[in-house]
Design a protein. Structure first.
Length: 256
């Protein structure tokens, strides 16, 4: 039987502290019974965590970080690193190496074009979503290959759909520019904005209307409850997560 060192009440919310021998299934039972926060011990100290995240998911992470009262630190890496997997791998490994004084490092990254393949944490555990990219993560693999997906974060820099349209038309002129854009986006039937309820959906959708019209694409909205992000932050790691022991490298097989 798992020993429970203490149960206390704080601000009318039930809290519990448990030993590091507790299983994930046992912790899920505690959540179901109404315990709002679970403090987990490693030896004689409270378990230390840090989250290393892609800034593409900052809207969603900050919403649920506040909602779940997450107090451990978060480090954001710049958006767009998935476009260069080797750069992503190097920067992510450097950040992991800086935080070897914690018990668990959480990553919001999946395989990300194999940009996480080969990373390792020698002195901590690693937990990461078992998905190929953040779009599959937000939609839990219910992805339409004929749709080009976006969230607010995908619309705010020069690499966004609107940004690319402007850059290409300015560089090539209208006629040649449209040919280039058709080469890039011709395979998609629609642009789908993922509504994570973490940003102003109307404002973001309005900003996508012009590129959607220019590219002759339907503009749709699809909801996401950010279930994977919420589980990652709160420690409810199920089969949708890769949980690596100290010294275990990330491989592509973890995502099959």
């Amino acid at each position: 039987m798992t020993e429970i060192p203490e149960i206390i009440k704080i601000e009318n919310k039930r809290h519990i502290a448990i030993l590091d021998t507790s299983s994930i299934s046992f912790m899920q039972i505690l959540y179901a019974k109404g315990y709002r926060k679970i403090y987990k011990y490693r030896g004689n100290h409270l378990e230390k965590k840090i989250l290393i995240a892609c800034a593409m998911q900052q809207d969603e992470i900050e919403k649920y970080r506040k909602q779940l009262n997450i107090t451990y630190p978060v480090v954001y890496l710049q958006r767009g690193l998935h476009r260069n997997p080797s750069v992503l791998r190097n920067l992510l490994q450097q950040e992991i190496d800086r935080h070897q004084d914690v018990d668990i490092i959480l990553l919001t990254y999946g395989l990300c074009g194999r940009g996480t393949e080969g990373i390792v944490s020698w002195n901590t555990e690693l937990v990461m979503p078992r998905f190929h990219d953040c779009i599959h993560q937000l939609l839990e693999n219910h992805v339409d290959k004929n749709s080009l997906y976006a969230t607010r974060a995908w619309t705010i820099d020069k690499e966004s759909i609107g940004g690319q349209c402007s850059t290409i038309l300015a560089a090539y002129g209208r006629e040649r520019g449209m040919e280039v854009l058709d080469t890039i986006y011709g395979g998609y039937e629609k642009i789908t904005l993922i509504d994570t309820q973490s940003y102003d959906i109307k404002k973001t959708k309005d900003g996508l209307k012009r590129p959607a019209e220019l590219l002759n694409k339907k503009l749709a909205v699809e909801p996401s409850d950010c279930n994977i992000i919420r589980k990652l932050l709160s420690g409810k790691w199920d089969c949708n997560f890769v949980h690596l022991e100290k010294g275990e490298r990330v491989t592509e097989r973890h995502f099959i």
